[in-house]
Write a protein that binds this ligand. Structure first.
Ligand code: XMP
Length: 524
């Protein structure tokens, strides 16, 4: 398995920064921000042993924030020897308190919990704050803070209520920030992280997607040899990038399988065929399993039952097709870095977070293939960048995510051909209008839902009794929380008029104004 901690980078000379994760909401964000400065960065458990850290040879250690207080029972602590390694350490918020406490400073519960933007003044010169104005706005989110800084530290910056907003150990390369440089509300946060990784840790900034592609290609070729690799295409960005990368690496040794389950968006099958058969000229197997799925879904209205039937049939259909391809030893999958972190699959990584996974459309582990997961080290935005560099069109790179069970979970009630047809058409009108209005990338996911709710209407002189379409559009960073999007009345009017005029069987449009939580993004 291609799952070693540094992935394919084990043998490379890229500099590494490790973020020791103390449970912060923003730990992944720190890693992404560091990578924006062309330095490879990964998350690790907060208490990763010093021996393992020595083996990995990071150029710097960032101690993340976290929800605990340093004096709480069972507060997470790093291996204390990290402070003697000589590797530059940057503690952020809780991470700073951990570092300062280890160096005998006192941390106290603050009188006033500080949360939000605040003004910060720098009071001493230091590489960490190079290129910053003497006064800047920073983002704070803490209860405790460091007081009685031991004489080992000097203060670099302060705010009205926090005397130790930025500190540095006088002899050791240990730095602390009470505020969060990784969030965009902190002005010059990027400069601070860049100063830390380049000026303090000495990273060269050699990591980029272009060179990563070259190295991945080399490593895929070595692993695969003359065997054949199967790649399941879903129409989504992750599997498309995996397929494009593999095609670049091994060309005709790649076979792609695309299952048409009859639950796809408008033109989805045509787009996949256009890209992977006409443009990339891969050995593309399009399996038309529409009837199989529809038969299986006949009469089913319960959402989880729909999901489980679709999942089962998908595996059967995929497996049958895969078995018909000779010499296939490998299966390529678009697993991303957040999946690796969140599943707790990495022995050095942070513990698994509790999260419901939507695993429909996935394949069972017992399939007799070796896995190739070339995106295991990447965040979603990096995957998009890779896709663009590999020549995938912007349109597919920025396409909104689509659930594995497809339109079945957006067609509430029974899934039937004519209802799917109405839903698909309404959805495509909504998306077209979003694109026209330049709003498609303002929202991260938008779609129509067909409700089995009949209401009375009039069209011309005719009375109608037809179903309802709900429009759903959300702004979200991570799909775990989401806000409904505030469209203008004009925009909603245009979409509504078009759908009612053009789509059979629909005479009423409603707009979903619920956020997640407590609602979910999908309706089923
Ligand atoms: P919810 O509805 O849980 O959705 O707020 C969060 C994100 O997950 C997607 N989603 C799914 N993806 N199989 C998938 O592959 C599923 O069964 C599934 N259900 C929801 C949803 O589209 C959104 O992006």
């Amino acid at each position: 398995m291609n799952a070693s901690y540094r992935g394919s980078l084990d043998t490379q000379n890229d500099d590494l920064i490790l973020v020791l994760d103390f449970g912060s909401q923003t730990a992944q964000l720190i890693a992404r921000r560091v990578r924006e400065h062309n330095v490879f960065c990964q998350l690790a458990r907060h208490n990763l042993q010093v021996d393992r850290i020595r083996e990995l040879q990071p150029k710097g250690l960032i101690l993340s924030g976290g929800p605990a207080g340093v004096y709480e029972e069972n507060a997470p602590y790093p291996d204390n020897e990290i402070f003697d390694l000589g590797i530059p350490i940057l503690g952020i918020c809780y991470g700073m308190q951990v570092a300062c406490r280890a160096m005998v400073s006192k941390v106290i519960p603050s009188q006033s919990r500080e949360f939000g933007r605040t003004s910060c003044r720098s009071i001493a010169k230091n590489n960490l704050l190079d290129g910053l104005p003497s006064e800047l706005t920073v983002w704070m989110s803490h209860g405790d803070q460091v007081e009685n800084l031991s004489q080992h530290f000097e203060v670099l910056a302060e705010t009205e209520t926090c005397r130790c907003a930025a500190v540095k150990h006088r002899k050791k390369p240990i730095y602390g920030l009470q505020f969060h440089p990784e969030v965009t509300h902190t002005e010059f946060g990027g400069t601070i992280l860049d100063n830390y990784v380049k000026k303090i840790c000495g990273c060269r900034g050699t990591w980029d997607i272009g060179s990563l592609i070259e190295r991945e290609i080399e490593s895929i070729r070595q692993r695969v040899g003359k065997s054949r690799v199967i790649c399941g295409l879903s129409g989504g960005v992750d599997s498309s990038v995996v397929a494009a990368l593999l095609f670049r690496a091994i060309g005709s040794q790649l076979s792609c399988i695309f299952v048409d389950n009859g639950l796809l968006r408008e033109n989805e099958r045509e787009q996949v065929t256009e890209q992977f058969q006409n443009h990339f000229k891969t050995d593309l197997h399009v399996v038309d399993a529409r009837d199989r799925f529809l038969d299986e879904l006949a009469g089913v209205i319960e959402p989880q039952e729909k999901r489980s039937r679709i999942g089962r049939v998908f595996i059967e259909v995929f497996q049958k097709e895969a078995e018909s391809i000779p010499d296939a030893h490998f299966l390529a999958q678009g697993t991303l870095y957040p999946d690796v972190i969140e599943s707790g699959a990495n022995p050095d990584g942070p513990a698994a977070t509790i999260k419901t996974h939507h695993n429909v459309g996935g394949l069972p582990d017992e399939l007799q293939f070796e896995l190739i997961e070339p995106l295991r080290d990447l965040f979603k935005d990096e995957v998009r960048q890779m896709g663009l560099e590999l020549g995938l069109p912007e349109k597919s790179i920025w396409r909104h995510p689509f659930p594995g069970p497809g339109l079945a979970v957006r067609c509430l009630g029974e899934v039937r051909t004519e209802r799917l047809q109405s839903l698909r058409q309404a959805d495509s009108i909504f998306i077209e209008e979003l694109q026209q209005a330049n709003l498609y990338r303002e929202v991260q996911q938008a779609f129509c839902v067909l409700l089995p709710v009949f209401s009375v209407g009039v069209m011309g002189d005719r009375r109608t009794y037809e179903e309802t379409i709900a429009l759903r559009a959300v702004a979200t960073e991570d799909f775990m929380t989401a806000d409904w999007y505030p469209f203008t009345a004009d925009f909603l009017r245009r979409v509504s008029t078009r759908i009612i005029n053009e789509v059979q069987g629909v005479n009423r449009i409603v707009y979903d104004i619920s956020s997640k939580p407590p609602s979910t993004i999908e309706w089923e």
